[in-house]
Structures are given as structure tokens and as C-alpha cells.
Write a protein that binds this ligand. Structure first.
Ligand SMILES: Nc1ncnc2c1ncn2[C@@H]1O[C@H](COP(=O)(O)OP(=O)(O)OP(=O)(O)O)[C@@H](O)[C@H]1O
Ligand SMILES: [Mg+2]
Length: 242
């Protein structure tokens, strides 16, 4: 049984049908990447899983049980953490306090949360300098690291990551993806990416979403192996960079 299964999911924003009946599975312990162009419905898929959008029809099963229609707090408590698009980091808090916020779903002492937040800086050494300072100025990549660290503090069984590479320099993107390949040992990940090469480089399985429909699913090498699909959905720069 898959950890996450989406069946015929339809999500609408008023008249707009953002998801037109998508089905996908995420197996325990895997990294699954959802690729697609702007407006394809990638973020909507993650928002529906984490309870931020209500499905019009279809179902979302976590551990075999339907979670469709439940609110975001209930879904976080089940062990699903969502690192949304954009990097929401609170400027009035230190970096460590920002990271500790991620654990608000857990019943553990603040001392333990503080200890775990300190340990996050081993995973993200680039942001350690800013741990306890107020008035920090972080780069886009560093903000992204804070957001991912905060997601990990929830100790999620399933981590939803929305475009962690967006707007980042290639060297930072590589650092973020290195971290994704490290956390995959303990956490199942559903990753949304427009950067197909990066997204597939850490994936066990990939899906391609096009205007609210899954048009393709396969192992990364199967997706790369198909010339027409590569040109149409995965960007034309495969040869230069693969
Ligand atoms: N709050 C909203 N109200 C109305 N329409 C929306 C809303 N959010 C998204 N949409 C529409 O739903 C569709 C899917 O949007 P979504 O944000 O899921 O796409 P995406 O694949 O994440 O795109 P991007 O790569 O640009 O982030 C788009 O047509 C978008 O305009
Ligand atoms: Mg999006």
C-alpha cells in the first residue's frame, strides 16, 4: 500500500478547474517528483493534500485512510508537512526560532525542540551563523534552507516541497537537492519542480502534470529516455546538461 494515494482528484477555484481528475501514488521511503509548467496545477495538488484546498471530488488517502476535506491542522498532526512556494520566514524572529516553529504540531518539551533545531544547523551549515541573531539578511537560498529545516522539524512522515529551487543560483540548488537526498533516508518526499533535470535527479518516480491532468508517469530514466516527451514537457536543455 502506498503511503499517499490520490484518486481522480478534482479541485476548482470558482469556474477554473485546476485539477481535472488526477491520480498518483507515493510509496513509503521514496522521492516522487511532480513536474509541469506554470499553472499546470502542481501547487494546487500539494495544497489539496495538506488541506488548504477542498477537493470537489475524488479522494486522497494517507496510510490507506481518506484525508480529503480535513483541515490543515488535522493533516499536519497526521504527519504531513508542507513547505510552500515562496519562502515565508518571519523577520521578527531569529532563524532558530523560525525553525522551531515547525515543531508546533508535536508534543515535546521546548528544550528538546531547541536541541533538534540546533541539530538542523548540521544539515544546513550555511545558516548557522544567523541562528540566534535578529535583523538577519538572508539570501534566497538561505531562506529556502530555513523553510526546509522548518518543515523537517515537524518530523513528517510525508514532506511536501513546492519548488525549492525557484529563483536560486545553480550552486544553491545543488545544495538544496543534496539535502533532499539526505533526508530521503528517513522521510518520504513529494517534490514539485519546474527544473526537470534537478527534480528527476533525486527522484525514484516522476509525474508530468499538464493543465490539471497527469499526462505521464515513470521512472526518471524512462521520462528522460523519451525524446518527444523530453522536448514537450521537460525542457529542451536535456542534452546540454544531462
Ligand atoms: N487562488 C486561486 N484562485 C483562482 N485560480 C487559481 C488560484 N490558485 C491557482 N489558480 C489557478 O489554478 C491553476 C493551477 O495553479 P497552480 O498554482 O496549482 O499551478 P502551478 O503548477 O503550481 O504553477 P506555478 O509553476 O506557476 O507555481 C492555474 O490556472 C491558476 O491560475
Ligand atoms: Mg506552483
Amino acid at each position: 500500500m502506498a503511503l499517499l494515494e490520490i484518486r481522480d482528484l478534482v479541485v476548482r477555484y470558482g469556474e477554473i478547474e485546476a485539477l481535472r481528475g488526477i491520480s498518483l501514488q507515493v510509496e513509503q521511503g521514496k522521492v516522487v517528483t511532480l513536474l509541469g509548467a506554470n499553472g499546470a496545477g502542481k501547487s494546487t495538488t500539494l495544497r489539496a493534500i495538506s488541506g488548504l484546498e477542498k477537493p470537489a471530488s475524488g479522494d486522497i488517502l494517507f496510510d490507506g485512510k481518506s484525508i480529503a476535506g480535513q483541515g490543515p491542522e488535522a493533516i499536519v498532526r497526521l504527519g504531513i508537512a508542507h513547505v510552500p512556494e515562496g519562502r515565508r520566514v518571519f523577520p521578527g524572529l531569529t532563524v532558530k526560532e523560525n525553525i522551531m516553529l515547525g515543531a508546533s504540531n508535536r508534543r515535546v518539551s521546548s528544550r528538546e525542540i531547541s536541541r533538534e533545531a540546533d541539530a538542523m544547523f548540521d544539515l544546513f551549515p550555511d545558516i548557522r551563523t544567523f541562528a540566534n541573531t535578529l535583523g538577519w539578511t538572508l539570501s534566497g537560498g538561505q531562506l529556502q534552507m530555513v523553510a526546509v529545516a522548518r518543515g523537517l522539524m515537524a518530523k513528517p512522515r510525508l514532506l511536501l516541497l513546492d519548488e525549492p529551487s525557484l529563483g536560486l543560483a545553480p550552486v544553491i540548488v545543488q545544495a538544496v537537492f543534496r539535502i533532499i537526498s539526505q533526508i530521503r533516508q528517513t522521510t518520504t518526499v513529494l517534490l514539485v519542480e519546474q527544473n526537470a533535470r534537478m527534480g528527476l535527479s533525486v527522484a525514484d518516480f516522476g509525474y508530468v502534470l499538464e493543465t490539471g491532468r497527469i499526462v505521464l508517469g515513470g521512472k526518471p530514466d524512462e521520462l528522460w529516455g523519451n525524446e518527444a516527451i523530453r522536448a514537450a514537457y521537460l525542457g529542451g536543455h536535456a542534452k546540454a546538461t544531462a
